[in-house]
Design a protein around this ligand. Structure first.
Ligand SMILES: [Zn+2]
Length: 452
C-alpha cells in the first residue's frame, strides 16, 4: 500500500532542497557557514542513500523491476540512479545484508553511515555478526581507511584465510597494454606477501631516486620515482632470474607422511623469542637480486603458534593487509621479512629470519642443496630456505632441519599440506594427508597412523 502522506512530504522535501541548492551562492557564504552547510548536505545525502537502499531492496524483492523490462534488479537500479552496474550490484548486496544486521540498519536509517561505510561494515559483519556493533562505532571514530582495515581484520578471522589466499594466488596475473599515446601500462594482481615484497623493494629504491632528484633540484611526483625504481630493479635482475615456481607437474615419491613431524607444539608453548636467540630461517641465494628491502609482518603470538586466527587477532602486513598465518610462518623463514610477534599490543619478538643461521651452516646448506631438494625438481633459481619442521613449531636451525626449496614447492609445503622428509641422503616428498582436516595442516593436526 502506497502511503501518500509519505510520498507527498518527501516530494516537498525534494522541492525545497532543489530550491535551496539552486539559489546557493557559495561565493557569498562565510567559511564557517559553508562548513555547517556541508554537514547538513552530508546528512541529507546519507539519509537519501538509506532510503534509496531500502527502496532498492523492496523493488528487488517485489519484482517491480520486471515490469520496466530490465534484465535484473541491479540493471533497473543502475538506470534509475545513473550509475554503473557494479555500483548497483554492490548497493543491492548492502541492502540485502542490512536486513540481517539490525544495528547497522539503525545507524544507516539515522544518517550516521555513508553508503560506502555501510557496504564495508555489512560485508564484514555478515561473516561475523558479533563484530557488528564495534564496527558501527568505529565508523564514527576514524577515517574510511581505518574502518576498511578493521573490517578486513574481522573478515580475516571469519573467512578461511588459506582459501582466500589460494583464490588470489590462482587468479594472479601481470598484464600489460599500450595506451593510445604509446605508453606501456601494467596491471597486476598478486598475493599480499608477493605484493608487499615488490612494494618494499620499489619503496626502497625510489627513495634513492627521490633523494637524487632533490639534490639536483628536480621536482617530480613520488609515483614517477616509483616507476623509475621498478624499471631499475627489473633492469638489474630481470635477466638473471628464471621462473622456478611455475613449472607444471609436481613430483611426488615415497610413502605419504613418513618421518615428517609437522609440529606437535601445544597451544601456548613458546616460539623462538629474544631470550633464546629469536631468529630462525634464512635467505636463499637470489641471483642478481641485490640488497633486499625489508617487509614487516605483524602476527599475534598465539595465532602463530596455533596456526590460524581467532576473533580479535591480527596477522597482517602493515600497509598491505591480512595474510594467512601459514604465510606468516613461511615469511618468518625468509630473510627479507621482519615478523613482529605481538602479544596483544606488545611486541614479544622480532623474528628476523636469516640472520641467525650461522654462516657455516648456511654455506654447508648452499653447498649440499644446489637445486630444490624435491625429487625430480631441478630448479636452481630463487631457492628458499625451508625449515623442515617449521620454526614456529620449534624446528631447529640445524643443517638436518634445513632444506632448499624452489618457490613453488615451498608454497605447496606451506599452504597445501605437502610434506617433506629425509631419510639419510634421500628426500621424500609426499602429498597432503587425505585424513587431515582441511587442505592445510596446522600444528597438531593431521595425525597419522604411524604417530602411534
Ligand atoms: Zn622445486
Amino acid at each position: 500500500m502506497m502511503n501518500f502522506m509519505t510520498f507527498d512530504s518527501l516530494q516537498r522535501v525534494a522541492d525545497d532542497l532543489r530550491g535551496i541548492v539552486g539559489a546557493l551562492e557559495p561565493g557569498c557564504i562565510e567559511g564557517a557557514d559553508a562548513s555547517r552547510l556541508l554537514g547538513c548536505f552530508v546528512e541529507i545525502e546519507r539519509l537519501a542513500a538509506a532510503g534509496k537502499l531500502l527502496m532498492a531492496r523492496r523493488v528487488e524483492s517485489s519484482n517491480a523491476w520486471r515490469r520496466s523490462g530490465h534484465r535484473s534488479a541491479a540493471a533497473h537500479l543502475a538506470e534509475a540512479t545513473g550509475t554503473g552496474l557494479g555500483t548497483a550490484i554492490d548497493a543491492l548486496e548492502t541492502a540485502r545484508r542490512l536486513e540481517a544486521l539490525p544495528a547497522t540498519e539503525e545507524a544507516v536509517r539515522a544518517g550516521k553511515l555513508s553508503e560506502v561505510q555501510a557496504r564495508e561494515i555489512t560485508g564484514a559483519a555478515i561473516l561475523r555478526p558479533a563484530a557488528e556493533r564495534e564496527l558501527v562505532e568505529a565508523a564514527g571514530e576514524g577515517s574510511l581507511n581505518v574502518l576498511r582495515l578493521r573490517c578486513r581484520r574481522v573478515r580475516a578471522t571469519a573467512e578461511d584465510q588459506n582459501a582466500t589466499y589460494e583464490s588470489i594466488r590462482r587468479s594472479r596475473y601481470l598484464r600489460h597494454w599500450t595506451d593510445t599515446e604509446g605508453a606501456v601500462r601494467l596491471d597486476a594482481r598478486l598475493t599480499p606477501d608477493e605484493g608487499a615484497r615488490i612494494l618494499a623493494a620499489v619503496k626502497r629504491v625510489s627513495a634513492r631516486f627521490a633523494e637524487q632528484a632533490r639534490k639536483s633540484g628536480r621536482l617530480e611526483p613520488a609515483a614517477a620515482h616509483a616507476a623509475d625504481a621498478l624499471a631499475a630493479i627489473v633492469g638489474h635482475c630481470g635477466a638473471d632470474v628464471m621462473p622456478s615456481g611455475t613449472r607444471a607437474g609436481v613430483t611426488m615419491t615415497g610413502e605419504p607422511g613418513r618421518r615428517v613431524n609437522r609440529g606437535t607444539m601445544p597451544r601456548g608453548s613458546d616460539v623462538p623469542s629474544d631470550d633464546r636467540g629469536t631468529t630462525t630461517g634464512g635467505d636463499g641465494p637470489r641471483p642478481g637480486a641485490g640488497p633486499q628491502a625489508v617487509v614487516h609482518v605483524r602476527v599475534d603470538h598465539e595465532a602463530l603458534v596455533r596456526g590460524h586466527l581467532e576473533a580479535g587477532e591480527v596477522c597482517e602486513i602493515p600497509g598491505v593487509g591480512p595474510i594467512p598465518v601459514a604465510t606468516a610462518r613461511r615469511l618468518a623463514e625468509d630473510a627479507i621479512l621482519h615478523v613482529l610477534v605481538t602479544d596483544g599490543v606488545n611486541v614479544r619478538a622480532v623474528v628476523n629470519a636469516g640472520r641467525s643461521i650461522p654462516a657455516p651452516v648456511r654455506a654447508a646448506l648452499v653447498e649440499r642443496d644446489q637445486t630444490c631438494v624435491v625429487p625430480g625438481c631441478d630448479a636452481r633459481d630463487r631457492l628458499e630456505i625451508d625449515h623442515v619442521v617449521p620454526f614456529a613449531s620449534g624446528g631447529p636451525t640445524s643443517l638436518d632441519n634445513l632444506a632448499m626449496l624452489c618457490h613453488w614447492h615451498h608454497y605447496l609445503k606451506t599452504h597445501q599440506g605437502y610434506r617433506l622428509s629425509r631419510d639419510g641422503g634421500t628426500w621424500w616428498w609426499s602429498p597432503p594427508d587425505p585424513t587431515a582436516p582441511g587442505p592445510v595442516l596446522g600444528p597438531g593436526q593431521g595425525r597419522r597412523p604411524d604417530d602411534g
